[in-house]
Write a protein that binds this ligand. Structure first.
Ligand code: C5P
Length: 221
């Protein structure tokens, strides 16, 4: 690719609330552009799980920060990170500015790798990679997100009533969007993608079109 050495890497930032479809879209974009993908939610899930395993309270900022500092990449494949409890723990430790600071360098280094990367999370376009050339903010109605999350959990053997998943989602939206440190929200230059009425294929096509347009602008810079 001409000019790659003088130009920042092509970073695709995919943000949005829990179960909006951002993880699926990030993975599809990674395959389409042959870019590595980082699910940054896993970092916070790992910090939550490590904090709990250390016997500390998730609201204990110092303990959570120590867990973030001790985090190693091999933990990210642990199936325990995919549970409902880990999602809740993640959003509780994610409010601590010290935890977010401890995870910043790892995420930025991932984004800076040669060729570029796809990162999905809550604050990629706003805080981690504010200069990313392609930014998507993926949403869907709470009901649709709850049903998607219910199916994901059931596929892993965790059977939860839809009303409970809906309550989880509402609680997480409030906490993630209301916290002082890097609250969840779209960057001013992000393109909003509402996947409520879309199949995975339709959402992937729409995401591809958004990224294609961003890539054309980036190539022309
Ligand atoms: O994306 P996922 O649902 O796995 O994220 C779990 C939690 O981690 C979120 O609810 C949020 O509190 C936190 N998180 C965050 N910033 C990110 C990614 C996740 O605060 N970039």
């Amino acid at each position: 690719m001409s000019g790659a050495a003088t130009r920042p890497a092509f970073v695709i930032a995919v943000d949005g609330p829990a179960a909006s479809g951002k993880g699926t879209l990030a993975a599809a974009l990674g395959r389409a552009y042959a870019l590595p993908v980082l699910d940054t939610g896993l970092l916070y899930r790992a910090v939550g799980v490590l904090t709990a395993r250390a016997g500390a309270d998730l609201d204990d900022a110092a303990a959570a920060r120590a867990a973030a500092a001790a985090l190693t990449a091999d933990l990210l494949g642990d199936p325990a990170l995919r549970t409902r409890a880990a999602g809740e723990a993640a959003s509780r430790v994610a409010v601590h500015p010290g935890v977010r600071a401890a995870l910043l360098d790892y995420q930025r280094a991932f984004a800076r790798q040669e060729g570029g990367a796809v990162l999905d999370g809550r604050d990629i376009g706003t805080v981690i990679c504010p200069d990313a050339p392609a930014k998507l903010y993926v949403t869907a109605s709470p009901q649709v997100r709850a049903e998607r999350r219910r199916l994901q959990l059931a596929a892993r053997g965790e059977v939860v009533a839809i009303a409970e998943v809906l309550a989880d989602i509402a609680r997480r939206d409030d906490r993630d969007g209301g916290r002082a440190a890097a609250p969840m929200g779209p960057a001013p230059d992000a393109v909003l993608l509402d996947t409520t009425d879309m199949s995975i294929e339709q959402a992937t096509d729409a995401a591809r079109r958004i990224v294609e347009a961003a890539r054309a602008r980036w190539e022309a810079r």
